[in-house]
Design a protein around this ligand. Sequence first.
Ligand SMILES: Cc1cc2nc3c(=O)[nH]c(=O)nc-3n(C[C@H](O)[C@H](O)[C@H](O)COP(=O)(O)OP(=O)(O)OC[C@H]3O[C@@H](n4cnc5c(N)ncnc54)[C@H](O)[C@@H]3O)c2cc1C
Length: 468
Amino acid sequence: MKLAIIGGGWAGLSAAVTATRLGHHADLYESAGVLGGRARSVDAPGLQQRTDNGQHILLGAYTATLALMREVGADPDTHFLRLPLSVRSADGRFSMRAWPGLPAPLHVATGLLTARGLGRREKAAALRAMSLLRRNGWKTPQDATVQEWLSLTLQPRALQDLLWKPLCIATMNTPADQACAQLFANVLRDSVGAADRQAAQMLIPRKTLTELWPLRVEQLAASGTLCPDRGGRLEIFRTTTVRSLRYVDTRFNATAGDSDTSGPGSRRLQLDASGAHYDAVIVCGNTPSTAQVLGSLPTTTGSEHFLKQLDRFEHAPIATLTLELAQPWTLSPPMLMLHEDRHRGHFGQWLFQGQDPQNKRVHVVISDAAALQALPRKLAVAGMITQLREQVSGSPMPDVLNHALIIEKRATFLAVPGLGRPGNATPWPGVWVAGDWTNTGYPAVLEGAVRSGRDAALAVHAAASGRL
Ligand SMILES: Cc1cc2nc3c(=O)[nH]c(=O)nc-3n(C[C@H](O)[C@H](O)[C@H](O)COP(=O)(O)OP(=O)(O)OC[C@H]3O[C@@H](n4cnc5c(N)ncnc54)[C@H](O)[C@@H]3O)c2cc1C
């Protein structure tokens, strides 16, 4: 079968690898010059080295992503720095660390009991909330926000501010008073609640995001070695935007140059970008770009509802400030929580050690960054540099040589309760979708994107097998 994949983010690439390995011929079209989508490397003006569009952190629970990386020969053990789940404030006043020697769930429970900066009341409340979730099969009240769940489980204000709200914004890029409690609980279930204690580990990339594995897929595709034994083939067309799709009836199409039609009169799909014909198409853009492509197809039963669903997604920005420093600056641990105080221009929420082997580079991450986006950049950067100088205990931050502030305006969709998230199938025959916004059970995260791409390719394969 020949299929087109539109979008070379982690969902599209996951679909491409899966389809190719199942023996299909896939053509992947990507608008940008680099693969990776919202998780990609960029040349930021002002910086000496290539960087990422934003610091990403993965979890040990991201099993589909780790399996995919192994499949393409990108070894997660060398590509990530693995840390036990830990949250430590930059000023050292709060710290919580899962105990690596203990079995799950004791590792996290003991981490909470021995946390610094929490009183007895806060620790008891955190443990109560976790055990309540576990007892309820990780179900939260329908359509509750994280804030409502925190109130229902009587979480003290200090605990909310120190632990729950920063975790919510970091995992969902949605503030607690808007974020869907069930999605938050799903992340907790699969990480800190999992039987395998490695699931709660935090994985920090040691390479830039495109180098992590997308580039490897491109190399395997170019050399024809992605699927040598089953006849699958992947071709990647970068800097190629697909704007529309249309159905063609291959009975009348002797000039299309396709020899692999699936029978007389079969309906195939054609892309404006290449003119090639396909048995199936998987659209893997974000919701606005997916809606644009699907909107070019003829109206069919359920298609208006489908497009309206996509229209309801709202997005939130994430900003990342990268600083290149005059001297090495070693953060211990390599990820620290910052105290956000927007009134003072202290927008930073997390501070990461960069991938630089000399430790002369750090990243400051700001989720839900709409307020920062509205500020003049110079002011925003100066505010965060002051914040680091004030908040990070231990050795003072060396002079800043270069900086880059990257704001991804549509970093993630807002993970609010009651959001209708479709699966991989669409009302249009032969057309499928994948992306972090589909019904993955997760907020907008890499693992959701990878799973949804894989599942879309499996669904296309199953549909094709059923037809043959
Ligand atoms: C700054 C930032 C920080 C983040 N931090 C984390 C984190 O720490 N952990 C985590 O798990 N997740 C994080 N995320 C979320 C994560 O990056 C996304 O969930 C994931 O990358 C989404 O992948 P995707 O393939 O679904 O979509 P995308 O990455 O958006 O990929 C879609 C691709 O399709 C292409 N495209 C769209 N339309 C067309 C078209 N018509 N023709 C051709 N190409 C098209 C686009 O150019 C893009 O490359 C973060 C995101 C950002 C932006």
